[in-house]
Design a protein around this ligand. Structure first.
Ligand code: AGP
Length: 606
């Protein structure tokens, strides 16, 4: 899940490459590099760490060249340092790569035998030498077709050549790649976001395809090297603001944006006049769907779990969920009457895409719940339900999580109504409550100071637990994931009733434990489970919703009360304090909140 960029222009490209790389940093940020071609020579600059380091370490103004490629890395093979940073170059060829070459060890052996010398520990370097080797006996196009066929695994590639002064080759298998068209220049990029400041005219490469990009023309080829025509898409002008504004971090901004993003989502799907839900162009008849399978990774998987509870509560559909990296290798029993729903913020997650691809190959009904509507998952699904959140830049997903569960809740309600499983009065009531949700989120966000004060206890602890039952269990998992990814504190999410079957052994004096116990059907049971951890010395932070009834529990360390709504919608409100808890813990530790260590926003490798 690295980011790549390439520009072939009539003017110097290093500045534009740097700007695009900064946009791509969400994909990887452990090293960065650029190669340009000037005066018949490939010039390469690389640095460990951020693009900023590259700017500080080199005088990039002096890096001339009207053609160049750039890369931000998320290490797979070889430690993150400047030697392993991309581009990787021989005297004749320079390559940037996103993906993993699975047969790199074998290819390296073969190339060493041919006298090639390797500098790095990366899998990517074999591509450089393989092209160089194939060029000895073949013309360029044939050499590229041959090289791509010899590579196993996944890749998006940008390649420049010493002897081809305005050519960039792009190639895709598994990892996303887009071509952009500008005035007297053309571009290659991992996504349209990186190219947005330069163009809104985009073509996406499909698996197996490659392209030749010159400043005044682009040609596309299929995997056999046969020329093909491809559509140019005009992307909608994006009004979204990619700046942090007055916020210290994108994450803080994205948390605070949630009332607005939910409002937008509700407006897209709820017909205010008829108080009904609209899912336009749903391509299947309702009785064609007997069961649902939801698939995602990380936070998106938690959205799937949340949806399972709602679908089961509101419909009699069979509902299953799976983690994409498991689903893709499982012996699946594909069923025609199952709707396969793929949940992904980026729409580019490799495991989720592979699961979708598998379903498509088996002619299943596929539906994407995504934020990025130009993404591979959106493009290759039969039907798309966008979450309408606007760009999410912070690596830790916040507004996209609420956006995903909003759309999935809306879908469960609509299916329940179409299947006549919910009384009309209840349906109307739930839609009314839904419309009121953004206001309640806004009020819950005001709990800021209370959470900030509590957060240091979590930093100082060896570990922590997040417990919940029923609708609150997926939120407990999400809260634990947020804390671990941002503040690097060990955190486990558990169903509260499961503690006594093992994890209770972890509880010791002073261990912070978050208990999610809203006043829903599970309330009393959760409070009993809470007593079990209190009795063993845990410092319990109870998160519940406002109520007239007193909480019948002593020895709670802290209590936070979110607003009140119907039971279905409480998970939205419970999420807010957990997002803030993770944010403030990381802030106090001085960690890089928008780019936590070892992670990337878009995970385009297996
Ligand atoms: C969320 O905070 C994580 N950074 C991560 O779990 C993420 O949700 C996961 O990688 C899936 O990404 P996607 O939604 O873009 O598919």
């Amino acid at each position: 899940m690295c980011g790549i960029i390439g520009i072939s222009s009539h003017k110097s490209v290093s500045n534009s490459i740097i700007n695009s790389l900064k946009k791509l940093e969400y994909r990887g940020y452990d090293s960065a590099g650029i190669a340009t071609l000037a005066d018949g020579l490939i010039n390469e600059v690389k640095s460990e760490g951020r693009v900023e380091n590259l700017e500080n370490n080199f005088d990039l103004k002096n890096l001339s060249g009207n053609i160049g490629i750039g890369h931000v890395r998320w290490a797979t093979h070889g430690v993150p340092n400047s030697v392993n940073a991309h581009p990787h170059s021989s005297e004749n060829v320079s390559v940037v790569h996103n993906g993993i070459i699975e047969n790199s060890t074998l290819l390296k052996k073969y190339l060493l035998g041919k006298g090639h010398k390797f500098k790095s520990q990366t899998d990517t370097e074999v591509i450089v030498h393989l092209i160089t080797e194939n060029l000895k006996s073949s013309e360029l196009q044939e050499a590229i077709t041959k090289t791509l066929k010899q590579l196993h695994g996944s890749f998006a590639l940008g390649i420049i050549f010493k002897d081809m002064p305005d050519l960039i080759i792009g190639a895709r298998r598994g990892s996303p790649l887009a071509v952009g068209y500008g005035p007297n220049e053309n571009y290659l990029g991992s996504d349209s976001y990186a190219l947005k400041s330069m163009t809104n005219k985009i073509t996406y490469l499909e698996d197996g395809e490659f392209c030749f990009i010159k400043k005044d023309q682009v040609n596309f080829f299929n995997e056999d090297g046969i020329k093909i025509n491809k559509k140019v898409l005009e992307l909608s002008s994006d009004q979204q603001n990619y700046d942090k504004g007055d916020f210290k971090h994108f994450m803080a901004k994205e948390i605070e944006e949630q009332p607005q993003t939910l409002k937008t989502g509700i407006k897209e799907y709820v017909d205010n006049i008829n108080n009904d839900i609209n899912i336009y162009n749903f391509p299947w008849k309702i009785d064609e769907i007997k069961s649902i399978m939801l698939i995602g990774c990380g936070t998106a998987y938690h959205s799937c779990l949340m949806a399972k509870y709602w679908f089961e509560e509101l419909t009699t559909l069979d509902v299953n969920i799976d983690i994409a990296s498991e689903f893709r290798y499982r012996k699946n029993r594909f069923k025609n009457d199952t709707l396969y729903i793929f949940v992904s913020q980026s729409g580019e997650t490799a495991d989720t895409y592979a699961a979708l691809d598998l379903c498509n190959k088996n002619n299943m009904k596929t539906c994407a719940v995504v934020n990025v509507i130009e993404s591979s998952i959106a493009r290759d699904s039969n039907f798309v339900l966008p979450i309408h959140c606007g760009p999410e830049i912070g690596v830790a997903s916040t507004k996209a999580f609420l956006g995903q569960i909003l759309v999935l809740y809306i879908m469960s309600l609509k299916l329940s109504s179409l299947r006549k499983e919910i009384k009309d009065k209840d349906y109307q009531e739930k839609i009314k409550d839904l419309k009121n949700l953004p206001k309640l989120i806004e009020q819950t966000l005001l709990l800021d100071n209370d959470i900030q004060a509590i957060s240091s206890t979590f930093n100082e602890a060896k570990g922590s637990m997040f417990l919940g039952r029923g609708f609150s269990f997926p939120i407990a998992l999400e809260g634990a994931l947020k804390l671990k990814e941002l503040s690097y504190v060990h955190a486990e999410g558990y169903p509260a009733g499961e503690m006594k079957h093992g994890p209770l052994a972890l509880i010791e004096e002073g261990m912070p434990v978050v208990v999610l116990a809203p006043r829903d059907n599970y309330y009393k049971k959760t409070i009993s489970n809470m007593q079990e951890v209190v009795a063993r010395g845990a410092k319990v932070l109870l998160i519940t919703n406002k109520s007239k009834d007193e909480i019948v529990s002593e020895n709670i360390w802290e209590k936070i009360e979110v607003e009140t709504t119907n039971d279905d919608l409480l998970p939205f409100l419970l999420t807010i304090p957990l997002q803030k808890l993770a944010y403030y813990s990381a802030l106090k530790k001085g960690y890089d909140i928008d780019k936590p260590r070892n992670l990337a926003k878009s995970v385009t490798v297996e």
